[in-house]
Ligand binder design. Structure first.
Ligand code: SAH
Length: 502
């Protein structure tokens, strides 16, 4: 049995810029060997059972590293493994892709090559620079800046490069920027030729700098521009001010912490990322099934006819309930013609997504008192209600309903606890300059507050709360709520942020 090596381009950074073909191979590979420039989020999303080997420069001796990677690839393939060799950008654009494939060829290892979107062409796009434009630039020259251009025997014809009249794109050029710009000027390029530096291009933390050949080195130094960066030289740079799109998104470079449970944070993370934010996930809660009530729950599920009103006070409750229904072979039909009450938008959406069922009762304000009021309006048609909620919650609602004579049972389905890794994740970013932190429930706040070191940290941030109950908790602990979502939902938070409240 022989393995195979796929040499894959992972794109420049934005994790959406990887090809469908690449994603398919990453899902079926046995081992993935990835470089420093590959977006860590791409690696995070690869299933856990696939082995991942980091081959970035750190930890590898400069000269032996390539040889070592080659050997690892061959050995794995010989053992029959499917190896995905993942490289930043395109593997054949200054990616040593040919060296690796020649080595594989020598050892008769089958291979395929999947191109990637190179940083050379995509970073200018994300900076709003058209690399060609009719009448302005009719050619593109991509150059490595790795070589010292002041040395005598350069493999680059700098004189020719200075006279293309098209766009010059330099990769790996930051270390030699001074010498490169001097050389281009010496070869006859105008000192005022526009230059744009795109650092960490296509990532949400992308930074750009507009300058000219004469000042490029000085400006970069002053503003801390360094590798990895693409240097774009030519008149096309002047289009940036008109065509800019990436850096003008409402949350560009805003740093935001989200604290929801990890399995629930994807939607908000993706939405914030699409708006331009740099998102840090520090989940401060996780949902644990309540074993105590399982027996009772299964009894309720099996004797469903006893209840004609089902109440959910959280999206978590719906999720946990659905898992149990699934487990014992039931589906949405279990609800039959029972009425369903939910506390708010997120719970309503969850019910629709999970069960394709529309809620019958939703209060105007997403708080227990309003929900009780709304349920009481339906009192005449309720014989017996059941409330599915978290441990140690639901007390206010049940009290209010009982007072009005509604026969209600309460069943806690889950409890909330702080995940083990929360503290470590916080320590990793505690020195970053964060703009916002979002709390989507009182427990996300309390658990975050209880981590050593967060008390002062929280004082420096703008705190965003999902609704009045969460805000009340935050205030009780002595913090100001910068913004409370009017709709008491994630989409409400996003709408606020979109409007550029920053
Ligand atoms: N094969 C890669 C290039 C590897 S050489 C590609 O096709 O993109 C490494 C150089 O690429 C870096 O020094 C930098 O100049 C450039 N580069 C790669 N990713 C980049 C990014 N996201 N932003 C800016 N420059 C990047």
């Amino acid at each position: 049995m022989k393995g195979k090596v796929y040499l894959i381009g992972a794109g420049p950074g934005d994790k959406g810029l990887i090809t469908q073909k690449a994603v398919k191979i990453l899902e079926k590979a046995d081992v993935i060997i990835y470089d420093r420039l590959v977006n860590p989020d791409i690696i995070k999303e690869i299933p856990q059972n696939i082995e991942k080997i980091y081959s970035g420069k750190k930890g590898w001796k400069k000269h032996t590293s390539q040889e070592k990677i080659n050997k690892i690839m061959v050995n794995l393939a010989k053992k029959g493994k499917i190896v995905a060799r993942l490289k930043g950008g395109d593997p054949f654009v200054f990616g040593r892709g040919a060296e690796e494939t020649l080595y594989l060829k020598k050892y008769k290892i089958p291979f395929e090559i999947i191109p990637g979107i190179t940083s050379a062409l995509s970073c200018p796009v994300y900076a709003g620079i058209p690399i060609t434009h009719r009448g302005i630039s009719s050619s593109i020259t991509i150059i490595t800046g790795n070589e010292d251009p002041s040395k005598k025997e350069s493999s680059i014809n700098w004189n020719a490069v200075a006279h293309t009249r098209g766009t010059l794109i330099i990769l790996m050029g930051m270390m030699n920027l001074n010498k490169i710009t001097e050389r281009l000027i010496k070869e006859g390029m105008a000192q005022e030729t526009p230059v744009c530096i795109v650092m960490e291009g296509t990532h949400n933390h992308q930074k750009t700098l507009i300058t000219n050949l004469k000042d490029a080195y000085r400006d970069c130094k002053k503003q801390g521009f360094k590798q990895p960066a693409v240097i774009v030289i030519g008149s096309v740079v002047n289009f940036k001010k008109d065509l800019e799109w990436f850096e003008t998104r409402p949350l560009h470079q805003k740093k935001i912490i989200i604290t929801r449970a990890l399995h629930q944070s994807e939607e908000i993370k993706d939405s914030l990322t699409d708006l331009g934010a740099v998102v840090y996930e520090i989940p401060s809660i996780e949902i644990i099934d309540s074993n105590k009530s399982r027996k009772k729950l299964y009894k309720i599920i099996k004797n469903s006819s006893s209840y004609d009103l089902i109440i959910f006070t959280s999206a978590n409750g719906i999720e946990v309930f659905k898992n149990h229904l699934d487990r014992i072979g039931y589906d949405s039909r279990w609800f039959g013609d029972k009425k369903i009450a939910v506390i708010g938008e997120a719970t309503k959406d969850k019910l629709l997504n999970e069960f394709k069922i529309k809620a019958d009762i939703i209060p105007e304000d997403y708080i227990s008192e309003s929900l009780a009021k709304e349920i009481i309006k339906h009192k005449h048609s309720v014989r017996k209600a059941i409330l599915f909620c978290a441990e140690r919650t639901g007390e206010i609602l049940t009290r209010l309903l009982k007072k009005k004579g509604i026969d209600i049972e309460i069943l806690p389905l889950y409890r909330i606890r702080k995940p083990k890794q929360t503290k470590k994740l916080f320590y990793r970013i505690r020195n970053e300059k964060i703009d916002y932190i979002i709390f989507t429930s009182p427990s996300t706040f309390i658990n975050f507050f209880n981590i050593n070191g967060t008390r002062q940290f929280l004082k420096k941030l703008k705190i965003i709360s999902i609704g009045p109950i969460t805000s009340k908790t935050i205030r009780r602990y002595g913090y100001k709520v910068y913004l409370e979502s009017k709709k008491h939902s994630i989409s409400g938070i996003l709408q606020f942020l979109c409007r550029g409240i920053v």
